[in-house]
Design a protein around this ligand. Structure first.
Ligand SMILES: [Zn+2]
Length: 80
Protein backbone atom coordinates (compact mmCIF):
# COMPACT_ATOMS: atom_id res chain seq x y z
CA UNK A 1 0.00 0.00 0.00
CA UNK A 2 1.27 3.42 -0.83
CA UNK A 3 0.22 6.51 1.02
CA UNK A 4 1.26 9.91 2.18
CA UNK A 5 2.12 10.76 5.78
CA UNK A 6 2.01 14.19 7.38
CA UNK A 7 5.53 14.39 8.84
CA UNK A 8 4.57 17.11 11.30
CA UNK A 9 1.69 15.13 12.84
CA UNK A 10 2.80 11.52 12.17
CA UNK A 11 -0.58 10.68 10.64
CA UNK A 12 -1.74 9.22 7.33
CA UNK A 13 -3.24 11.87 5.12
CA UNK A 14 -6.84 11.16 4.13
CA UNK A 15 -8.38 11.51 0.70
CA UNK A 16 -10.25 14.81 0.53
CA UNK A 17 -11.18 14.64 -3.17
CA UNK A 18 -10.81 11.72 -5.59
CA UNK A 19 -10.08 12.35 -9.21
CA UNK A 20 -8.59 15.82 -9.33
CA UNK A 21 -6.36 16.59 -12.31
CA UNK A 22 -2.76 17.71 -12.19
CA UNK A 23 -1.61 19.81 -15.13
CA UNK A 24 2.15 19.72 -15.52
CA UNK A 25 3.45 23.00 -16.90
CA UNK A 26 6.77 24.06 -18.32
CA UNK A 27 6.60 27.78 -17.66
CA UNK A 28 3.36 28.80 -19.42
CA UNK A 29 3.34 25.73 -21.66
CA UNK A 30 1.12 22.74 -20.72
CA UNK A 31 2.88 19.36 -20.82
CA UNK A 32 0.52 16.71 -19.45
CA UNK A 33 -2.62 15.93 -17.47
CA UNK A 34 -2.55 13.30 -14.74
CA UNK A 35 -5.32 11.98 -12.51
CA UNK A 36 -4.69 12.44 -8.80
CA UNK A 37 -6.19 12.42 -5.32
CA UNK A 38 -6.20 15.48 -3.10
CA UNK A 39 -5.14 14.45 0.41
CA UNK A 40 -5.52 16.27 3.69
CA UNK A 41 -4.01 15.75 7.12
CA UNK A 42 -6.88 15.07 9.57
CA UNK A 43 -5.10 17.04 12.31
CA UNK A 44 -3.34 20.08 10.85
CA UNK A 45 -5.16 20.35 7.51
CA UNK A 46 -2.00 20.28 5.38
CA UNK A 47 -2.84 19.31 1.81
CA UNK A 48 -0.92 17.17 -0.68
CA UNK A 49 -1.63 15.61 -4.06
CA UNK A 50 -0.83 12.00 -4.97
CA UNK A 51 -0.76 11.47 -8.73
CA UNK A 52 -1.28 8.34 -10.77
CA UNK A 53 1.87 6.92 -12.37
CA UNK A 54 0.83 7.48 -15.97
CA UNK A 55 -0.65 10.68 -17.41
CA UNK A 56 -4.13 10.79 -18.92
CA UNK A 57 -2.79 12.73 -21.89
CA UNK A 58 0.29 14.55 -23.13
CA UNK A 59 -0.15 17.96 -24.71
CA UNK A 60 0.79 16.72 -28.21
CA UNK A 61 -2.28 14.43 -28.06
CA UNK A 62 -4.54 17.40 -28.74
CA UNK A 63 -7.94 15.66 -28.78
CA UNK A 64 -7.32 13.56 -25.68
CA UNK A 65 -5.81 16.53 -23.88
CA UNK A 66 -8.85 18.73 -24.59
CA UNK A 67 -11.20 15.89 -23.57
CA UNK A 68 -9.55 15.27 -20.20
CA UNK A 69 -9.07 18.97 -19.47
CA UNK A 70 -12.78 19.61 -20.06
CA UNK A 71 -13.70 16.66 -17.83
CA UNK A 72 -11.53 17.80 -14.93
CA UNK A 73 -13.42 18.70 -11.75
CA UNK A 74 -10.44 20.54 -10.30
CA UNK A 75 -7.14 21.36 -11.96
CA UNK A 76 -3.99 21.75 -9.91
CA UNK A 77 -1.13 23.28 -11.90
CA UNK A 78 2.40 22.27 -11.12
CA UNK A 79 5.46 23.89 -12.65
CA UNK A 80 8.98 22.49 -12.76
ZN1 LIG B 1 -0.63 17.21 9.92
Amino acid sequence: MSGVICVKCGLWMKVETNGVTVEQMSGARPISLTSADLLKCPKCGAEAVLTAEKPLAESYQEKEYAFWRKKAIKIIKVTN
